[in-house]
Ligand binder design. Structure first.
Ligand code: ADP
Ligand code: MG
Length: 265
């Protein structure tokens, strides 16, 4: 007997099952199902207030579900805290960037590496060789990811993040998320506030970054042409329910999608 090769990898695989989130009388997500296959980039679009950030937040663990479940790499993670989910490989960026403005680019990025340290607290007090080795490894990883953005961040490693352009702050946030060495990256409108040139630059860099790190992604994005470029699979949300799902080409042709977006773009 030979062992069969697994046809699909569980790494980075996400399943949201019948997830419902209520805020008082408002149902932000209504029995919503979604699947992100390992290694894929899956997109979510929908009008403002349709539940996109709520979806990202239930996967990251910030928002609890009222019913339903979140299954990551085959395990039910619905009850796990945000740090616990981060420690098993779920990283995210925020719709409104969250960085330490007075700290440098490199400092902000290295904060994301905390979970990769094998050293103990005592080691950090006494600066043991193992800690120095950890520092070195993390710094190398940081430089590698920062270099993926060409010359956008490398010349600015010591600049306070608050002095950077919006697009560069977004790049710092993405780098910090990758420092967690995630297998799933959640991106909530990463191109919001970027001009078309910057948006496309990021759209062209993301697939390679994700592939090199064996990471899948769930991306919320308004620009349909960018979703079409990045994603094999797209979900369209409206008022917390799926109104369309499929390839980008198919969902844009869907009359329900046209109606939901009428007067929006
Ligand atoms: P999107 O990201 O698609 O714009 P959200 O997921 O942020 O939508 O919000 C979905 C709905 O839930 C909106 O009507 C929003 O006002 C509401 N909502 C989101 N967060 C909260 C909250 N913490 N308390 C109350 N209502 C909320
Ligand atoms: Mg949102």
């Amino acid at each position: 007997m030979t062992l069969a090769e697994p046809t699909t990898s569980l790494r980075g695989d996400l399943a949201v099952r019948a997830a419902t989130v209520r805020y008082g009388g408002l149902t932000a997500l209504d029995a919503f199902d979604l699947r992100v296959r390992g290694g894929s980039i899956t997109g979510v679009i929908g009008p403002n207030g349709s539940g996109k950030s709520t979806l990202i937040n239930i996967v990251a663990g910030i928002t609890p579900v009222d019913s339903g479940s979140v299954v990551f790499e085959g395990a039910d993670v619905t009850g796990l805290t945000v740090p616990k989910r981060a420690s098993i490989g779920i990283a995210r960026t925020f719709q409104a960037i969250r960085l330490f403005d007075s700290m440098s680019v490199l400092e902000n990025v290295l904060i994301g590496a905390t979970r990769n340290y094998r050293s103990s607290l005592a080691a950090s007090v006494f600066r043991t060789p193992r800690l120095k080795k950890d520092d070195e490894v993390q710094r190398e990883l940081a430089m590698e990811i920062l270099a993926s953005f060409g010359n956008r961040l490398l010349p600015r490693l010591s600049h306070p993040v608050g002095t950077l352009s919006y697009a560069n702050r977004r790049r710092v946030e993405i780098t910090r998320a990758f420092m967690l060495q995630p297998s799933l990256l959640l991106l909530d409108e990463p191109m919001a506030g970027m001009n078309p040139h910057e948006s496309w630059e990021l759209a062209e860099q993301l697939p390679g970054l994700l592939r090199d790190r064996d990471c899948s992604a769930l991306i919320v994005e308004h620009k349909m042409d960018i979703i079409t470029h990045l994603c094999s699979d797209v979900y369209v949300l409206d008022h917390g329910v799926e109104i369309a799902h499929g390839s980008p080409r198919d969902v844009v042709k869907d009359p329900a999608v046209e109606e939901a977006f009428l007067g929006i773009e």
